[in-house]
Design a protein around this ligand. Structure first.
Ligand code: DGT
Ligand code: CA
Ligand code: CA
Ligand code: ZN
Length: 555
């Protein structure tokens, strides 16, 4: 069994959490958390590097001792240091640490002074009043903890991009309708187009903060108002989404937008750059450095730049880095920003389903929908025979479907309708139709749908076989992962990319917000290498064509 990146990263994350509870120093905790992040962000299989620790230590943030632990885990399936920690910390305590608003200090006190070892223990201690006798435990703190427990029980954690975006856009519209906002911007992970969102961040510039915050705190569907101040309001919606609204002064709007767009790691890099140029960057602006410790804006110091993001990046001698690139993945050393794909650049949809398999639209309806969105080409790619849940087409049905598609193509002007199939990649890499049948198609999208728990090496061989197949044009959702519910395959992505280039096969970014597959780090590997990438929505209904935006943000 070779360990996936996620599995190895989880070990280090656990180690960081355990160290935190046992009161280890912050440096050690952060080092482990960083190792976890680095491993999670690799497109290669870290386990494959374990034969050579020097290859491991070349990765950002991985030192010799972490490298040894990775090797230990890959070879033995466990890490002794983590086992030792685990023997000291009750497992339920980690869940207590994960409650929003509960830091390691509090968790330590709960554990040592009230013998609380799980969320259940904590609930009991709240109910019987014993928590009140602990130091620094007021009624307010206890009410907050009770609320966090309820929230944790009701929410699945991070929300998918496609679930958060429509909510944020609705709130922006509501705030705009007050007529009191000079500017409204979505910030945070949502503006960066991350695949999942912890909470929604919205910034406004207004002369009438009371009007804006009143509207915000009286939106439909609010479950709880968490804060309602003059510069920050925070609400939780019934679907469990938290939204932070911040009111930012006009003169520092750019600095505020930049700060609250993050990522935190990108902000750290910018602050370091500022310091190395004798400057100081915070959410109020970019200032000349001073001897004093007090924040420069409080000392009446004029900022070098603050009103717009452009001005601040320029003063830092950087190009304007687009939000989707602000991830501390080398973007601050770029001389020039590559031209990014926009939704308006996409003129064809090469992966869509009709009622012939599991879609909702007929061939003609699908074509007209695509045409109305300005597309020039739509490929009809229904499921293949083995796909029972997808109502896959037998070879006979496909032959008939081909004729129908050709017929509708004659009938509908202004858009080219291609005949295709989303053919299953079977577990051994063979395709689900014979070549003679595939030869009759204009577009072959080959996708894995079953056997998605294969070993990385087996998955790599399987996908390579499909990539190398001369009749395959696109590999659909290459890993088969589902965000928040299924890890999917962990193939050796650089090897797939290399083969895809050699065989002129495109790899898909499936824009469905449940998938986003390829994911961002894989897309980066593919596009850096010059591999063809197809952004497809995999539409099963008209509204799914709107998913394009999420695919573009991932690219
Ligand atoms: P999320 O909500 O977990 O999906 O991720 P973000 O990035 O939206 O994070 P959030 O909502 O906690 O904060 C929004 C932004 O504010 C974040 O991207 C960067 C900035 N920010 C917040 N707290 C800190 C901090 O402690 N240090 C730095 N450098 N930036 C911060
Ligand atoms: Ca956020
Ligand atoms: Ca936030
Ligand atoms: Zn599909």
């Amino acid at each position: 069994m070779s360990a996936s990146n996620r599995e190895i990263a989880d070990q280090f994350e656990r180690m960081a959490a355990m160290l935190q509870i046992t009161g280890a120093n912050a440096f050690k905790v952060n080092a482990n958390a960083k190792v976890a992040r680095t491993i999670r962000d690799q497109a290669i299989q870290v386990a494959d590097l374990a034969a050579d620790t020097s290859a491991l230590t070349e990765l950002d943030g991985i030192g010799a001792s972490s490298a040894r632990k990775i090797v230990e885990y890959v070879q033995t399936g466990s890490i002794q240091e983590l086992k030792d920690l685990e023997s000291r910390v009750p497992p339920g305590l980690l869940q207590v640490l994960e409650l929003p608003g509960l830091g390691p200090k509090t968790v330590q006190v709960l554990w040592e002074q009230a013998s609380i070892e799980s969320i259940d223990d904590l609930k009991k201690a709240i109910d019987d009043g014993s928590l009140l006798s602990l130091p620094r435990m007021g009624q307010k703190t206890i009410d907050n903890i009770r609320d966090s427990i309820e929230f944790a029980a009701s929410s699945a954690g991070r929300i998918r991009l496609g679930d958060a975006m429509p909510v944020a856009e609705w709130i922006v519209d509501e705030l705009a309708s007050t007529g009191a906002c000079r500017t409204i911007e979505i910030a945070g992970s949502l503006r960066r187009g991350q695949e999942t969102i912890g909470d929604i961040d919205i910034l406004v510039d207004t002369d009438e903060p009371a009007i804006v915050s009143d509207r915000f705190t009286s939106l439909d569907g609010i479950q709880k108002i968490l804060a309602a101040g003059s510069t920050k309001c925070s609400i939780r919606l019934e679907e469990g989404i938290q939204v932070d609204l911040r009111i930012i002064p006009t003169e520092s709007f750019g600095a505020g937008l930049m700060y609250f767009t993050g990522s935190k790691e990108h902000n750290v890099l910018l602050r370091e750059l500022a310091i190395s140029s004798g400057l100081r960057l915070n959410e109020y602006g970019l200032f000349p450095a001073t001897e004093e410790d007090a924040p420069p804006q409080e000392l009446g110091i004029e900022p070098v730049a603050s009103g717009s993001e452009e001005a601040i990046y320029e003063a830092l001698e950087l190009p304007l880095i687009p939000p989707t690139m602000r991830l501390a993945r080398g973007e601050t050393s770029l001389q020039k920003i590559p031209e990014l794909v926009r939704t308006s650049d996409i003129k064809s949809e090469l992966h869509a389903h009709t009622t012939a398999s599991d879609g909702r639209l007929s061939i003609k309806e699908l074509a007209l929908e695509a045409k109305s969105r300005g597309y020039k080409v739509i490929a009809v790619t229904d499921h293949s025979v083995s796909s029972v849940p997808g109502n896959g087409l037998s070879p006979e049905r496909l032959l008939k479907h081909i004729e129908e598609i050709r017929h509708v193509d004659q009938e509908v002007d202004g858009i080219r309708i291609l005949v295709g199939s989303e053919v299953d990649i079977l577990s051994d890499g063979r395709l689900d139709y014979e070549d003679e049948l595939l030869e009759q198609l204009d577009v072959v999208v080959a996708s894995p749908h079953v056997a998605l728990r294969q070993e990385p090496k087996v998955a790599t061989r399987r996908l390579l076989r499909a990539i190398e197949h001369p009749l395959v044009h696109i590999i659909g959702h290459p890993t088969g992962r589902l965000i928040n519910s299924r890890e999917g395959l962990s193939p050796d992505m650089p090897a797939l990319v290399e083969a895809a280039i050699e065989h002129d096969t495109a790899l898909e970014i499936n824009a469905n917000p449940h998938r986003l597959d390829l994911r961002d780090i894989h897309v980066r590997v593919a596009s850096d290498a010059g591999c063809l990438v197809a952004i497809n929505t995999d539409a099963h209904d008209a509204s799914h064509l709107d998913y394009l935006e999420y695919g573009v943000m991932t690219s």
